[in-house]
Design a protein around this ligand. Structure first.
Ligand SMILES: NC(=O)c1ccc[n+]([C@@H]2O[C@H](COP(=O)([O-])OP(=O)(O)OC[C@H]3O[C@@H](n4cnc5c(N)ncnc54)[C@H](OP(=O)(O)O)[C@@H]3O)[C@@H](O)[C@H]2O)c1
Length: 182
């Protein structure tokens, strides 16, 4: 079970970090965890300061931080911080909410490996040590999204890491996590 966001949706990415509220919500998760009601507890959309608030004041550290991470938009500093604290990073929208399917450069690299753009995108997350969380309503996509037993070379990972950020998530722009405010 995770805390979806350190802030109310309408204040997403604002300056107020709601440290006290997060500690209270976290205490509730800790109680449920200690009572054996849930098997793992974590957070989502937490930045370094939000994590530090829990790490400095709580008794159980978050087991996982679920954040937006995909080719062209990867929070490398936050990932490094989480790794240094032993917190698994789960990459939501690893296929960029479907917005990288027709990206020319990524498509060319996928073709080079003989895989689809979603497969390359999911493998990219795995190479970074992240836990990818793709979504699909299509059973064929589900099968191929799980078939990612190949390796992306270090040189190609460097190329993928430096691809310009996708800023337009189409209809999903209305959701604060994709960059726009509600
Ligand atoms: N914690 C948070 O704040 C937060 C925010 C956003 C999302 N999430 C979670 O993250 C998960 C994934 O989010 P997302 O929907 O943005 O995921 P995503 O996997 O990046 O994008 C899903 C889109 O990609 C398409 N797709 C996936 N695999 C494909 C394939 N092999 N070929 C062609 N199209 C493919 C899907 O269409 P088809 O259905 O047609 O395959 C769908 O349109 C969800 O469980 C969501 O709840 C969490």
């Amino acid at each position: 079970m995770i805390i979806h966001s350190p802030q109310p949706w309408g204040d997403f990415a604002g300056e107020e970090r709601f440290f006290e509220g997060n500690l209270e919500a976290w205490r509730a998760l800790e109680e449920a965890y200690n009572a054996g009601k849930i098997r793992a507890i974590g957070v989502s959309n937490f930045e370094q300061a939000d994590l530090a608030n829990l790490l400095n004041n709580a008794s159980i550290k978050p087991m996982l931080n679920q954040v937006l991470a995909h080719i062209s938009n990867t929070p490398f500093d936050l990932i490094e911080y989480c790794e240094s604290k032993g917190i698994l990073v789960e990459a939501y929208s690893p296929v960029a909410h479907g917005k990288i399917l027709d990206h020319k450069e990524i498509a060319e690299m996928a073709a080079k490996y003989g895989v689809s753009v979603p497969q390359l995108s999911i493998r990219y997350c795995l190479e970074l040590g992240l836990l990818p969380l793709p979504k699909t309503a299509n059973p064929d996509h589900m099968r191929t999204n799980a078939a990612v037993d190949f390796e992306i070379s270090a040189a190609d990972m460097d190329v993928l890491k430096s691809i310009d950020r996708i800023k337009d998530y189409g209809d999903a722009n209305m959701f604060p996590v994709y960059g726009a405010k509600l």
